[in-house]
Each structure stands twice: as structure tokens, then as C-alpha cells.
Design a protein around this ligand. Structure first.
Ligand code: 13P
Ligand code: SF4
Length: 335
């Protein structure tokens, strides 16, 4: 650690991740096991991570599952193979633990769409409103939030708020519109969107459904309304995965980030999964933030215990209540 520490620090400042050469002959899988045992570390990975990262993780899950795991883990170090807001949530829930993120620049277009200082001014215009924020927000934004939600528990979170209580929902307008329809609650919506889910092409999906008449369209609620309207099933990443296991269908058009297909294929090797096409010719159904993490960055991050997520004590204290409330409602709902 000492020889390369200065280089590591410089890399971190310039790039947001360690960029030291990793010996290509090194058995990284053995190294991960060694480092996990030596450091009492746990690797938590989101379904949108590269399949090779998912395969070495101790826990793979959606945003709710990852928060629940981060809250209860007995590990000293949480290595988060996901994006910045997820690692921040882990830090808020386990402030005494070291939380590492392989690349600090692994952000999220939804979190970026809702800067806390701007939201604070917006909130002033709606006195008496309860703020519900999708967990895809910065820690600072969570300090302005009454209760968080994820795509797994969003309906139950909205329904836990007394009828007649006005609500602001931020930052995902697509999830917000879906919730307005599903719960019948009239909410003030912030205008943010996920860069991956808003780019799916309604026209191409329609054609794909005609070419694959037996395939079921399954969609994440971050997708735009025309896609959700024609979906056979709408759910979080875990919800979609579970649905593909229990559905009698053998073919699925998957309207969410392609990383989830790895687990779908593992759970149902006999079924066919077709990634929903984006509205252009690039691979925009891959999240560029999630995909910043690589096995090498993950290895260096565990070895050097950098980059680490650090948050001011005030932020941890003020943001925590919104996540704790979400976890309490989820537990009550059996989620
Ligand atoms: P879930 O895994 O909670 O469904 O969230 C999807 C997502 O876009 C995470 O960034
Ligand atoms: Fe954010 Fe969308 Fe990427 Fe999820 S898939 S991290 S919501 S940009």
C-alpha cells in the first residue's frame, strides 16, 4: 500500500477511481475471496452491474434489497458495486462502517436532475406538502425528504401517507406519473428522468412485440407511459426477475437496463430474454454510470480501501430519517 499510495491518491483526485495497473495473470477471483476474509468485507452489487461483478458479489439486489442488506450486514467494510447514491445510502445506514465505491464518478441521471439547493427553493412553493423522494437522489436531497421510496415499495409508501395530505414526488416524473395512476393520489411531480429508461423506443418495441407475439413485455416503472401502458408486467428489477421465473411465458422483451438479463438467464436458462431497443443505434440500454465499475477497479478499491464514501455527520443524521421511515413501511408491508 505504501509504495503506490501517492499515485493512488493522485488518480483518485483526477479520475475518481484508482487506475493502477493490475497484473493480468492475477487470479482476481481468489484475490476477492482473500480480501473479503482478511478485511471482513462484503460486496453488494446491483443487478445492472457487469455479469462478472454480479458473479463475485455476496449479495445482488435492487435498491431496496441493497439498502436492507447494508443496514443489517455484520461486515466492517461494505464494497458497493453500484452507483454513488446507493453507496451513500449504505453509509447513512451504517455510518460506523467503511463504505467503498470503485468509481466515485458512477453517478445517476436521476440524482443529477434534482440538485438539493434547487429542490429546496421548489419545496418552499409548496408549504404543507410531504416530500417523497425516490432513493435515486443525493444524500443532501434526502435531508429535504420526509420519506424515501424505491420502485419495489413506492405504491406502499404513497399509500402510507394519509389521504388528503398533499405530496411532492421527486425526482422521476415517469415513476411519479405511474404512481399517480396506480394510487389515485394527485402529486406535485419533479421533472427528472433516467437516461436509460427514457430512451426506449415505443415504435421499435411495438414492432418487436409483433415479431414475437408470444413474448411478454416487462418494464421498469422508470420507463415512459406509452411503454408502461402496453407492458404485461411492471416492476422493480427484483420484481421483474421474480416475474420471469413464475410466468408461464417463455419469451420476454425486457424494458430495463440489460444487466438484469444475466440473473434472468441464470434463473430460467430455458427462457428467452430480448433487450428492449433504445431510440437510436448505440447501446443506450446500458447505464454508463453502472458500467463504470469493472472487476479491476473493484479489486483496487478493496485492496487500497479507496475511494471511500464520506458524508458530514449532519447529512447522515438528517438524511437517515427518510430512509428509516421507508424501511419501516417496507417491513410492515412484508417487502
Ligand atoms: P431498482 O433496482 O430498485 O428497481 O432500481 C433500478 C435503478 O434504476 C437503479 O438505479
Ligand atoms: Fe440512474 Fe438510470 Fe443508471 Fe439507474 S439506470 S443508476 S436510474 S441513470
Amino acid at each position: 500500500m505504501t509504495t503506490n499510495f501517492a499515485t493512488a491518491k493522485r488518480d483518485l483526485q483526477n479520475k475518481g477511481f484508482l487506475d493502477l495497473a493490475v497484473d493480468p495473470t492475477l487470479d482476481l477471483y481468489k484475490e476477492f475471496e482473500r480480501l473479503k476474509n482478511e478485511k471482513n468485507a462484503v460486496i453488494l452489487a446491483h443487478y445492472y452491474q457487469e455479469s462478472e461483478i454480479q458473479d463475485i458479489a455476496d449479495f445482488i439486489g435492487d435498491s431496496l434489497g441493497l439498502s436492507q442488506e447494508a443496514a443489517k450486514t455484520g461486515a466492517d467494510i461494505i464494497v458497493f458495486a453500484g452507483v454513488h447514491f446507493m453507496a451513500e445510502t449504505a453509509k447513512i445506514l451504517s455510518p460506523q462502517k467503511k463504505v467503498l465505491l470503485p468509481d466515485l464518478k458512477a453517478g445517476c441521471s436521476l440524482a443529477d436532475a434534482c440538485p438539493a439547493p434547487v429542490f429546496s427553493k421548489f419545496k418552499e412553493k409548496y408549504p404543507g406538502h410531504v416530500v417523497v423522494s425516490y432513493v435515486n437522489t443525493t444524500a443532501e436531497m434526502k435531508t429535504l425528504t420526509d420519506i424515501c421510496c424505491t420502485s419495489t415499495n413506492a405504491v406502499q409508501i404513497i399509500e402510507s401517507i394519509p389521504e388528503g395530505q398533499p405530496i411532492i414526488f421527486a425526482p422521476d416524473i415517469n415513476l411519479g406519473r405511474y404512481l399517480v395512476k396506480k394510487t389515485g393520489r394527485d402529486m406535485v411531480l419533479w421533472n427528472g428522468a433516467c437516461m436509460v429508461h427514457e430512451i426506449f423506443s415505443n415504435e421499435k418495441i411495438t414492432k418487436l412485440m409483433l415479431r414475437h407475439p408470444k413474448a411478454e413485455l416487462i418494464a421498469h416503472p422508470e420507463c415512459e407511459a406509452p411503454i408502461l401502458e402496453k407492458a404485461h408486467f411492471i416492476g422493480s428489477t427484483t420484481g421483474l426477475l421474480n416475474y420471469t421465473v413464475r410466468s408461464a411465458a417463455t419469451e420476454f422483451i425486457v424494458a430495463t437496463e440489460v444487466g438484469i438479463i444475466h440473473q434472468m438467464e441464470k434463473c430460467s436458462p430455458q427462457k428467452i430474454f430480448i433487450p428492449a431497443p433504445p431510440d437510436n443505434i448505440c447501446a443506450c440500454n446500458e447505464c454508463p454510470h453502472m458500467k463504470r465499475n469493472t472487476l479491476e477497479k473493484l479489486y483496487l478499491c478493496m485492496k487500497y480501501e479507496l475511494p471511500e464514501i464520506e458524508l458530514p455527520a449532519r447529512v447522515i443524521k438528517e438524511a437517515r430519517a427518510s430512509i428509516d421511515r421507508m424501511l419501516a413501511v417496507s417491513a410492515k408491508a412484508g417487502l
